[in-house]
Design a protein around this ligand. Structure first.
Ligand code: UT7
Length: 321
């Protein structure tokens, strides 16, 4: 039987951290106290104007490939999860493929499931590997959400940041990804969206992220707990035997509430939202890479990753490292 193993992780954050006080200094009507109390966010990273998602994806991918001991030509499938692509087309995945120098003709495509994008891309890659068609897959979450924020809207602009995370997956005889689960409910598409369109040379409508924060909060807490239970059940693993939970990094209160519902204490939950803010599709692989590199996640351990975002779309994976 073919299994999918994670053989390397990498991540990249642009520039220096931008603190809550830095945002106040830039004229945003907010305070460090409000942001920390309501979200747990203390800083985020904002890409310079000429840096795109594919640039961030490239840096994260180089690090993941090095950790995996792979060269770019070993990659036979590349999937990028992003809602802030460099262009409408070509896909960010093909731009990244060219930048990495992958010239073996292997497929490359983007997945758009907003903050659930990495969970969607990972589950997709797992199925491609288990089909026997692909052996080494690079999965990347990369975002420049700073480009779609209304910096006059304090209820959203303080929450998000830019960054990228990547994993290299390999076909193996030994179990790695034990279960995945994906879901969507399009009836909630109105509570988190960027409703603008490119139309005949113009952006028509509103090009900025709009969110009903409280509605998103309630929805997220419920489904993040449910989907974590679902992957544990599918894998036949008791939640007590899960070493780490890596939830989507949007708000520390959502993360704490999810942990509580699952009966997992915070010392088994990886949280990087305080330092990174919400980096959408990049949030899970950024948190994963941080925990792998600082030695918290060790070989043999079981980790649940889970994302949720606009659509609404959500999903999870249970992985043995
Ligand atoms: O990736 C998935 C997407 N996002 C999420 O998961 C986010 C989910 N939602 C949330 O995290 C929270 O709902 C927020 C952090 C967005 C908001 O927290 P809240 O506790 O739900 O606050 P609220 O929206 O009810 O606002 C409370 C007050 C309001 O003032 P009034 O009307 O009570 O006078 C806001 O105007 O806080 C005010 N406010 C702010 N004050 C200072 C909103 N944003 C700010 C701000 N600084 N940045």
């Amino acid at each position: 039987m073919i299994h999918t193993r994670v053989i390397g992780t990498g991540s990249y954050l642009p520039g220096s951290p931008v603190t809550n006080d830095d945002l106040v200094a830039r004229g945003i009507d907010t305070s460090d106290e409000w942001i920390v109390e309501r979200t747990g966010i203390r800083s985020r990273y904002l890409a310079p104007p000429d840096v795109t998602s594919s640039d961030l994806a490239y840096e994260a991918s180089v690090r993941a490939l090095a950790a995996a001991g792979c060269g770019p030509q070993d990659i036979d499938l590349l999937i990028v999860a992003t809602s802030t692509p460099d262009y409408i087309f070509p896909s960010t995945a093909t731009l990244l493929q060219a930048r990495l120098g992958i010239s073996n003709g292997s497929p490359a495509f983007d997945v758009q499931a907003v903050c659930a994008g990495f969970a969607y891309a990972l589950a997709t890659a797992d199925k491609f590997i288990r089909s026997g068609d692909h052996k080494r897959v690079l999965v990347v979450g990369a975002e420049v959400f700073s480009r779609i924020l209304d910096w006059q809207d304090r209820s959203t602009c303080v929450l998000f940041g830019d960054g990228a995370g990547a994993v290299v997956l390999a076909a193996s005889d030994t179990p790695g990804i034990l279960a995945t689960a994906l879901h969507a409910d399009g009836s909630h598409n109105g509570i988190l969206r960027v409703p603008g369109q490119v139309n005949r040379g113009l952006v028509t409508g509103d090009p900025f992220l709009r969110m009903d924060g409280q509605a998103v909060f309630k929805f997220a807490v419920r489904v993040l707990a449910d989907v974590a239970r679902e992957v544990a059940e599918r894998a036949g693993v008791a939640l007590d035997d899960v070493d780490w939970l890596i939830p989507h990094q949007a708000n520390i209160r959502i993360i704490q509430a999810t942990g509580k519902r699952l009966g997992l204490s915070m010392d088994r939950v990886i949280a990087t939202v305080g330092e990174h803010g919400n980096t959408s599709a990049a949030s899970i692989p950024l948190a994963l890479d941080a925990a792998v590199r600082d030695g918290r996640i060790r070989p043999g351990q079981k980790v649940i990753l889970e994302g949720i975002g606009g659509g609404f779309a959500w999903g999870a994976a249970l992985i043995q490292f």
